[in-house]
Design a protein around this ligand. Structure first.
Ligand code: DHB
Ligand code: MG
Length: 222
């Protein structure tokens, strides 16, 4: 098994299941031209996020980590009428690019980008007493994942799904001795999820155009 094969299979699935989409292609082009790190989800992963949100009947989605707004657009297209996506980005330059990309996709009305550290933004949402979210996607700096989980649980309701991106860390997630703060952040995130009695969760390893990685899926049960 190798990257070339994983990419070829992703191209096959993408061609089969995802109609060509100029708006999303534009986002990837604009994000690359602006020099953003290539950390956006793959097209077929974006579609998975959209389908999960639709299965959930989501009206309110919280995204932690906007980058260029690629997954944000998949979520914004998934929410029910009058729904919204609140997305958190620490880098003002990334937020500007995302704002542009989301507006160009015709979704500016649905998406609210909050610029600042994600933990400050989440705490502010908690303080404001906003309505809980139906889907929470954790896809920002991995060392902060444990704090994101603790705070975002305060913005959940029974039935909320929490998705965590990039939890495999080239397999190092299984290495308790690994000193990489991203690995430790993901491990603590997984530990906290497993210890939280309200959460029912699993994690899946994936391969594809984005390499070898994986995601955690948790549901708030009560
Ligand atoms: C990293 C972060 C991401 O959100 C991603 O999708 C891939 C990699 C990272 O920080 O390494
Ligand atoms: Mg990611």
């Amino acid at each position: 098994m190798n990257q070339e094969l994983w990419t070829a299979v992703d191209e096959y699935f993408t061609k089969a299941f995802l109609p060509s989409d100029a708006a999303l292609d534009n986002v990837l082009q604009a994000s690359e031209a602006a020099g953003l790190p290539p950390h956006h989800v793959a097209p077929n992963q974006g579609k998975l996020l959209q389908l999960l949100s639709q299965i959930q009947g989501a009206k309110r989605i919280l995204e932690i980590g906007t980058l260029g707004g690629y997954s944000t657009i998949w979520f914004a297209r998934a929410v029910l009428p009058d729904g919204c996506v609140i997305t958190l980005e620490v880098n003002p330059q990334y937020a500007d690019i995302a704002t542009y990309n989301i507006a160009r996709a015709g979704l500016a009305e649905i998406v609210d980008i909050k610029v600042g550290t994600a933990i400050d933004s989440i705490r502010q949402l908690v303080q404001l007493g906003v309505a809980p979210f139906d889907v929470i996607f954790t896809d920002a700096d991995k060392p902060s994942n444990p704090e994101y989980l603790c705070e975002s649980l305060k913005l959940s309701h029974p039935g909320t799904i929490i998705i965590g991106d990039n939890v495999v860390r080239e397999g190092e997630v299984a290495n308790a001795a690994c000193s990489d703060p991203k690995v430790q952040g993901v491990r603590q995130f997984c530990d906290l999820i497993s210890l939280e009695p309200r959460l029912s969760a699993t994690a899946i390893q994936t391969v594809g155009s984005k390499g070898y990685d994986g995601l955690v899926l948790a549901r708030v049960m009560y």
